[in-house]
Ligand binder design. Structure first.
Ligand code: CAO
Length: 553
């Protein structure tokens, strides 16, 4: 067997360290340098790299164990060595030789700073904090700016966090004072000596010592010298208080491998509670978090149509305990409609504006067309009038004839007026679209809407006949009801609901007159349309339907 030992490499001077995370399991394949364990001293956490590529055959330590340089923590079979009867390539090698453990400076063991020369100006002085030695790394990307202009910071507070492919380091403030200009941005690659942050360092009571920068030191945790009484040691509670509850934007404690894993999953580390020492986030924490998020989503989508947008789904009871039930698969149309309704409901902030239109004269005119309609073979219902009135209103108030592209932060204005009509069919709701409504006459609209409604009922609509609407009319007037709140057919931004016309007493200034009033319910996307415009739209509709001669203008 060509097994080789995995030994604890040079820990950079640290004596005994605690295993805080085991990153591989028996049987795992690893590449050279892949992290095997994370160990942590009181100064730093270190990922122990694999001495070569191969398969892990044994891990002999567990979380909480104490290890020191040279200790065997596991065994591995080098790639290509399996079944190799001749040589034992690695058994006698010192697997740690030449392999420095990668160090992640924890926030309680931050990178030490270069000591800049103070520039005095009265009771305070300006300082430019420079990037200190980065533990041998160069061109390291800034992954987080931990301060903002105007922030008051103490010595050692993290200014920025940088991350190489192996280590995450916080660059601490060498001074107590106020943050001025921040000279780097997230994503910038920085190296030792680069200007990082401008600060105003306040010299309290003329005692320069309180604002004195800390002694310069090597970035190696073990070689960090004591600051000769000039700088306050972080109090124990400060050190352990570096973990903040899982809040977006909060600081996190996690090693490079864990950060990488979280990035791969798209998991926000600030939302994950660490279970490691000092609340450190471990791989298991990330996995558990991702698992719970997936479970929530899946539960949501398997019960009652799904939560979505992080909303928990509705749990279904076992209905058979209450009486006999039957289960039936949803038709594709029903499922698609349900999803569309939910998508719209969850994405669109809906408001509904109500109005009554006096259609007494319109109805007299419509009824007078009965004979003409019979000759043409077309029935004139209120719908063509509504189509025509809506087309006129869309032309006059074009803010209703738009769609929003939130990704590109753009409003898409349409130069055409196509209107969808909701049709109730035995197999579900369908919305055929009448094109260029503004260019068509009432008879043409009556014929076309009747034709499309029939096609919908007969399942004869072509996909193109259901696309391209700017606005939708949903009329329940032939059925009943006094008002309802329709759901906007996104990406359109408004929909007109029409209820059953009814005779109502209307005050004309002298007397109550019996007038036929048509209830209108305009739901709109409040991101695109404001309430005043919605009131203008329904008022205009009411005027147009109240005096249909204006539809001709
Ligand atoms: N008030 C009073 N009566 C009305 C009316 C109203 N608002 N709208 C229509 N009517 C009358 C018509 O005049 C007709 O009466 P007459 O036969 O005496 O003339 C009768 O009701 C039936 O009309 P209709 O419904 O067949 O025709 P329409 O052009 O008004 O509507 C259509 C066509 C396709 C919109 C309709 O058939 C339909 O399917 N409506 C339901 C839409 C729907 O389901 N919406 C909900 C979507 S969200 O779940």
């Amino acid at each position: 067997m060509s097994e080789q030992e995995i030994k604890v490499p040079d820990l950079g001077g640290a004596d005994e360290v605690e295993v805080i995370e085991v990153l591989v399991s028996q049987g795992d394949s690893v590449e050279e340098e892949d992290p095997i364990l994370t160990v942590e001293s009181d100064k730093a956490s270190v990922e122990l790299p694999s001495p070569g590529a191969g398969k892990i055959t044994k891990i002999t330590v567990k979380v909480g164990d104490k290890v020191k340089e040279g200790d065997v923590v596991g065994m591995m079979e080098a790639s290509g060595a399996a079944g190799d009867s001749g040589e034992d390539k690695g058994a006698d090698e010192d697997t740690s030789s030449g392999k420095e453990a990668e160090t992640e400076a924890t926030s309680e063991d931050k990178v030490e700073e270069n000591k800049p020369a103070p520039k005095k100006s009265g009771g305070s002085r300006k300082e430019t904090v420079k990037v200190p030695a980065l533990d041998g790394f160069d061109n390291v990307p800034v992954i987080e700016i931990n301060v903002s202009e105007g922030d008051e910071v103490e010595v050692d507070d993290a200014l920025v966090t940088v991350e190489s492919d192996k280590a995450t380091m916080e660059i601490p403030s060498p001074f107590a004072g106020k943050i001025g200009k921040i000279l780097v941005s997230e994503g910038d690659k920085i190296s030792e000596g680069l200007d990082l942050v401008e600060m105003t360092v306040v010299e309290e009571g003329g005692e320069e010592s309180s604002a004195e920068p800390a002694e310069s030191a090597d970035t190696k945790p073990e070689s960090k010298p004591e600051p000769a009484g000039k700088r306050e040691e972080p109090k124990p509670e400060q050190a352990s208080a570096t973990y903040e509850p899982p809040t977006p934007g909060a600081k996190v404690h996690a090693g490079p491998a864990v950060r990488k894993l979280a990035r791969e999953f798209g998991a926000d580390l600030t939302r994950i509670k660490g279970s490691g020492p000092k609340n450190r986030i471990l791989k298991d924490d990330v996995q558990a978090y991702v698992k719970s998020q997936l479970q929530q989503t899946q539960q949501g989508s398997t019960v009652a149509g799904g939560g979505g947008a992080g909303i928990p789904g509705v749990k279904l009871p076992d209905f058979s305990q209450f009486g006999e039930i039957e289960r039936e698969s949803m038709s594709r149309m029903m499922f698609a409609t349900a999803n569309n309704m939910q998508r719209s409901w969850l994405n669109v902030p809906h408001v509904t504006q109500f109005e009554d239109a006096d259609i007494t004269d319109m109805e007299d005119f419509r009824k007078a067309q009965k004979a003409a309609g019979e000759k043409k073979g077309v029935k004139m219902t209120p719908l063509p009038f509504l189509l025509k009135a809506c087309a006129t209103a869309l032309a006059e108030l074009p803010q209703f004839n738009v769609s929003l592209d939130m990704e590109r932060k753009e409003v898409i204005r349409k130069q055409y007026i196509h209107i969808g009509i909701a049709v109730d069919t035995p197999h579900g709701l369908m919305v055929p679209v009448i094109r260029d409504v503004d260019k068509k006459g009432l008879w043409e609209l009556a014929a076309e809407s009747a034709d499309l409604a029939q096609k919908a009922r007969d399942k004869q609509l072509k996909p193109a006949e259901m696309q391209g609407a700017c606005f939708t009319i949903t009329s329940l007037g032939g059925i009943g009801g006094t008002a309802f709140t329709p759901i906007v057919n996104t990406p359109e931004v408004a929909i007109l609901g029409v209820s059953k016309a009814a005779m109502k007493p209307v005050w004309d200034g002298k007397d109550f007159q019996p007038r036929l009033m048509l209830p209108l319910s305009l739901s709109y996307d409040h991101r695109a349309v404001n309430g005043a415009d919605a009131a203008r739209f329904t008022t205009l509709l009411s005027q147009l339907l109240g005096d249909i001669r204006s539809l001709l203008l």
